[in-house]
Write a protein that binds this ligand. Structure first.
Ligand SMILES: [Fe+2]
Length: 318
């Protein structure tokens, strides 16, 4: 039987250069690997986008730039400028990676679709960000199910220019190994959801900004998440967040707020996850609408949007 010492030993011995072994008893989404990609799930090359694809990127970019100033974290806005994401058309990953490498040592690599958790962790642990190798169409301009190059590159990559956030993402990838060993991917997934995808930052007193890619890559949620009366905004507590359920295809009833990226790094990387994983149950403890007694609440929401039925009900988000 494995002991704590064995586990600590395994962590320090972990070779992050090699693709991790996925234990047979670990549940992950059953994804069928396309024949043209290898075990790393990397596309041999980036799609050659045509002028209509480039126009879709430009229109999405322009739409976001109308709503993001004053609502997106300053680090994100600075990242879009440092990487010149508005230069026109879908960014070429080679050039983008060269620029990002100079800033924080990260690169962007094309993948065909959502990839298995253990492969995703492996790329992050090696400072490679996997991004979709396709762009949405005009028909799916407002909402797509699978993350495309706009969500992945515009939404995620600017934050990777921030040195502390860049380190957090790498550590998240490394933490995936441990979560797999404890069969706690669901809990680690909730942390990703409430930080990397839907995280808010208290940039100055009373000034809530978004840094999560799920918020920043669409026009509605950035206004809803930062300004609407409906959602709860609660200071991030990792133990609590890893026990909290989340909504996949609608606006969130609750967002978690960090004080700074250093705060996020400290709360996660310096946390004793072995102890936490042993204390977690197999499912989530808290509903995504709940405010509980340990919460430090920034705004308690009316939950009106969620209670009226959310997307498709006619309820106004903002
Ligand atoms: Fe994402």
């Amino acid at each position: 039987m494995a002991t704590l010492t064995d586990s600590a030993q395994a962590d320090s011995d972990q070779d992050f250069s090699r693709l991790p072994h996925l234990p047979a008893d670990v549940f992950t989404a059953p994804l069928k690997r396309p024949e043209h990609v290898g075990e790393d799930w990397l596309e041999p090359k980036q799609t050659e986008y045509d002028s209509e694809d480039d126009a879709i990127w430009d229109d999405l970019f322009a739409r976001q730039m109308k709503v993001l100033p004053g609502r997106a974290a300053s680090a994100f806005m600075e990242g879009t400028e440092k990487l010149d994401l508005g230069r026109g058309g879908v960014p070429e990953f080679g050039t983008l990676s060269e620029e990002l490498d100079k800033l924080t040592g990260w690169s962007v690599v094309p993948v065909p679709m959502l990839i298995p958790d253990h492969v995703f962790f492996w790329h992050l642990a090696n400072r490679r960000f996997p991004a979709g190798n396709f762009i949405r169409t005009r028909e799916t301009f407002d909402y797509i199910q699978e993350p495309d190059v706009f969500h992945d590159v515009f939404g995620h990559v600017p934050m990777l220019t921030d040195p502390v956030y860049a380190d957090y993402m790498q550590e998240y990838g490394r933490a995936g190994w441990k979560a797999m060993r404890y069969n706690r991917l669901k809990a680690l997934g909730a942390l990703y959801w409430y930080t990397v995808e839907f995280g808010l930052l208290l940039e100055a007193p009373g000034d809530i900004r978004a840094y999560g890619a799920g918020i920043l890559s669409g026009p509605t949620e950035v206004v809803y998440a930062t300004e609407a009366q409906s959602p709860n905004r609660i200071m991030l507590n990792v133990d609590r967040v890893m026990r909290t359920d989340y909504v996949i295809s609608d606006l969130q009833p609750t967002y978690f707020v960090i004080e700074s990226f250093e705060d996020l790094y400290r709360q996660t990387v310096e946390r004793d996850f072995d102890k936490l994983y042993r204390s977690l149950g197999p499912g989530f403890t808290y509903a995504n609408t709940a405010v509980i007694d340990v919460d430090y609440v920034v705004n308690e929401g009316t939950l009106e949007y969620t209670l009226r039925g959310g997307r498709g009900s006619g309820a106004d988000a903002v």
